[in-house]
Write a protein of this length. Structure first.
Lengths: 381, 392
């Protein structure tokens, strides 16, 4: 998807169309989660500190992210993919690999399928997508980035070398700034240079990784499209504008994140076996603590009990100011726990009723329309 | 303090007390072990004390050459590593001066920095717990029980405790004493193990308390080869175990104390079924093997093994099925199945857990229907209740 978050904002709000828009936090530690193409002209991009983006493009409009809405549209786009192939590998909320090898006899050549997917996304969501069609994942990803936004790029086998050779080495899969520097030191700046080096020599200077790089430089990539649609974990985290030095304040935020996480689990009809809390401090040291539940659950109260126990156990002994707090659930199950309990929990039915009612209210009146009082700023003690 | 000590005895003792030492704590003193050397008659003793503020253990090593009595506080982890690594030395010399401890072997010298011993929290002695001291009232109940039997009762229940349930009360084992009856109960909310023993003393107050699993695990290790009786004292918020070497009950050679778990134990008597109308005797080893084999074709998603009892054929069929993996079927011939046919799913681990701690080859299974608790009995003293899993 093209500038997905900001495109959704521009779709939903006429006032934002054609204007530079950022989705992200505006606080001192805010980061740009997405920048519209209008803003990118000013050199702004995602993951940039908001303060820098504001300086580069003062007229841009900052919008708070509405992640539930993005997820909703993402689900609709992924539903379209399902009509074309069962082999879909999501890369992120707005990116996926599709293997259409087996779909071609039925649905026509890959390029035609790509055009039809793009057309349906536009018709059904009002958003544009860029697609790359190529013989493997590495080349497809490269192709999809070559003509953004709203583009379709095809890399046929006979054009592979012509397209790859002039590309800078940093465009290669798995090469970050550090690896790029190492390659530059070896005098390697383009794909062509990398391709011409003997793979065995590359292996001796770069390790087993060198061999892979050499294959990628020739456009070879045999990784299959793995359709692991089921998320391994569901969770939320948040960074504070300034480190929070009151354990009760952190706990209140953790509760809100747990409510959000539980709601998402329920919407997916899944239950979790484990709860993990993540705590980051001002010096970026990060700790995680997990708790395995005796029985999988998706009730807010059940997950909160675990998250709170983890947090309180840590806070009682070693609380210090917190920069980031997060909660995630894993060991996800598609169905209720088949293991029957020995002691009926008289509270379980009530908690489920509370969750069902608050989910319905929040779905109708917006997230946070009803929530636990403890998550409020001026919460009762 | 200066002592010369047999390395093997010291290693055994430090390994035991290391189980108590706190790991995550802001108080470095709690990561230490306190060493106390005393002259007693002709010989001397070295007592190792450790606590994590919930549980404390005091362990005495006898036949120590005490050149100078005294005490010191030293990081348990380092002490254990040194004693363990000095495996060519028959004896080690420990000498404390100030807050440092010198440990010497034939060819080695370690200097380890410790803490002032008076910074270590006070750990109550058994006798003091019985009679009450320092503002604490005397123990509510004091009784003794043979180490071997106590160890068996613990082994037959402790496995069923919850590991880290937020309902704290079931993260421990319920101990109750009523007249001559000693009973322990453990549950994780899905199965429950109950084991009884008979006390030699019949008089004494009735008492119920919940003991943390960690304390009982440590106690099991201490009981290991112990003969004779264990003295037990229960106060309002603590339990004390005194394990003597030899016969003398007053000898405090190992004392384990633990805070009790607060909270109410679930109403376990209500969930022990009394009207299970299907009953069968099975051989422990035959059932164990059958369940274990059937469990081979289960996975995280489908954890259940189905047990189908048929009266006409007097047969038990165990089956399992894991999606994308396969199926298993095991047949067991029965001799005396009584009742209508029934088919019920169980977590196989829950069944084998219980069979592992049953010593009698004759096991009784009692069932009612597929969504009601199953019962496993052995003799008069072991009862195990296990809830089924629903199978598709």
């Amino acid at each position: 998807m093209d500038a997905f978050f900001t495109s959704v904002e521009q779709l939903d709000n006429l006032q934002l169309r054609g204007k530079p828009v950022f989705v992200g936090g505006t606080g001192p530690r805010g980061v740009v989660a997405a920048a519209s193409y209008e803003a990118r002209k000013f050199g702004c991009h995602s993951a940039m500190p908001s303060a820098v983006a504001k300086r580069l493009c003062p007229q841009a409009i900052f919008v708070r992210g509405r992640f539930d809405r993005y997820r909703e549209l993402s689900d609709r786009v992924f539903a379209i993919f399902d009509d074309f192939t069962p082999l879909v590998q999501p890369l992120s909320i707005d990116e996926a690999f599709l293997d259409v090898t087996g779909s071609q006899p039925l649905l026509g050549p890959a390029v035609e399928i790509a055009e039809r997917i793009r057309a349906r996304i536009l018709a059904e969501t009002g958003l544009t997508a860029s697609v790359g069609v190529a013989p493997n994942k590495f080349l497809a990803k490269l192709a999809s980035d070559m003509d953004k936004p709203d583009g379709l790029t095809i890399i046929t086998p006979d054009r592979v070398q012509e397209i790859l050779d002039p590309l800078p080495i940093g465009r290669m899969w798995g090469i970050g700034p550090a690896a790029e520097k190492r390659l530059h030191k070896l005098g390697l700046r383009t794909f062509a240079q990398l391709r011409e080096i003997d793979p065995i020599a590359l292996r001796s200077s770069l390790g087993s990784w060198g061999e892979r790089a050499s294959r990628l430089a020739r456009g070879e990539d045999d990784r299959p499209v793995v359709c692991d649609r089921e998320a391994k974990s569901v969770g939320h985290e948040t960074t504070f504008h300034a480190d929070l030095n009151d354990a009760d304040d952190v706990r209140a935020v953790l509760l809100q994140l747990t409510e959000d996480t539980a709601r998402r689990l329920r919407r997916k009809g899944r239950s979790a076996r484990s709860v993990t809390c993540k705590i980051r401090f001002g010096d970026y040291e990060t700790i995680t603590r997990s708790h395995t539940l005796d029985a999988p659950t998706n009730t807010t109260s059940g997950l909160w009990e675990a998250a709170r126990t983890i947090f309180d156990t840590w806070a009682a002994l070693s609380f210090r100011p917190v920069r980031l707090i997060g909660v995630s659930t894993s060991g996800l199950l598609d169905h209720a726990d088949p293991q029957l309990p020995l002691f009926g929990d008289p509270d379980a039915a009530r908690q489920t009723a509370i969750d069902t009612a608050s989910d319905a209210i929040n779905a109708r009146f917006g997230k946070g329309a009803v929530r636990r009082a403890r998550t409020l700023k001026d919460r009762p003690t | 303090m200066k002592v010369v000590c047999d390395r093997a005895s010291l290693l055994e003792a430090i390994n035991l007390v290391s189980g108590v030492v706190a790991t995550r704590t802001p108080r470095p003193q709690l990561t230490c072990v306190k060493l106390t050397a005393a002259k007693e008659g002709k010989g001397g003793t070295l007592t190792l004390t450790a606590t994590d503020a919930e549980i404390s253990l005091r362990l005495r090593v006898d036949n120590v050459d005490v050149e100078q009595p005294g005490e010191t506080l030293i990081p348990a982890d380092k002490l254990r590593q040194i004693i363990s690594a000095e495996d060519n030395e028959p004896t080690l010399t420990l000498e404390a001066s100030g807050d440092t401890v010198d440990i010497r072997g034939e060819d080695a010298h370690f200097k380890v920095y410790g803490h002032p011993p008076e910074e270590f929290p006070a750990v109550a002695e058994f006798k003091a717990a019985v009679s009450g001291s320092g503002g604490n009232p005397p123990a509510k109940a004091v009784f003794k029980h043979p180490a071997k039997s106590l160890s068996e009762v613990i082994a037959r229940t402790i496995f069923a405790t919850a590991r880290e349930n937020t309902r704290y009360a079931i993260n421990g084992v319920l101990l109750s004493r009523d007249g001559k009856k000693l009973e322990m109960v453990a549950t994780d909310g899905r199965r429950l193990a109950l084991c009884r023993a008979t006390l030699t003393e019949k008089d004494g107050p009735s008492v119920k308390c919940i003991i943390p699993t960690k304390a009982l695990t440590l106690l099991q290790r201490l009981l290991g080869s112990a003969q004779g009786d264990v003295d037990i004292a229960i106060t309002d918020n603590q339990i004390f175990f005194n394990i003597s070497q030899g016969e003398s009950g007053a000898d405090e050679s190992a004392v384990l104390a633990s805070n009790l778990v607060e909270g109410a134990f679930p109403p376990y008597e209500d969930v022990i079924p009394k009207d299970n109308d299907k009953m069968v005797h099975v051989d422990r080893d035959v059932l164990f093997s059958a369940v274990r084999r059937a469990a081979l074709l289960t996975n995280e998603e489908s954890r259940g093994v189905r047990l189908s009892f048929t009266g006409q054929d007097n047969r038990l069929d165990l089956s399992s099925r894991a999606p994308e993996m396969g199926e298993a079927n095991i047949q067991v011939d029965l001799t005396d199945y009584k009742g209508e046919d029934v088919s019920i799913g169980f977590n196989p681990g829950f069944i084998t857990d219980a069979l592992k701690v049953i010593s009698d080859p004759d096991v009784i299974i009692e069932l009612k229907k597929e969504n009601k608790p199953g019962l496993i009995r052995s003799g008069d003293d072991f009862v195990y209740v296990v809830m089924p899993v629903t199978l598709q």
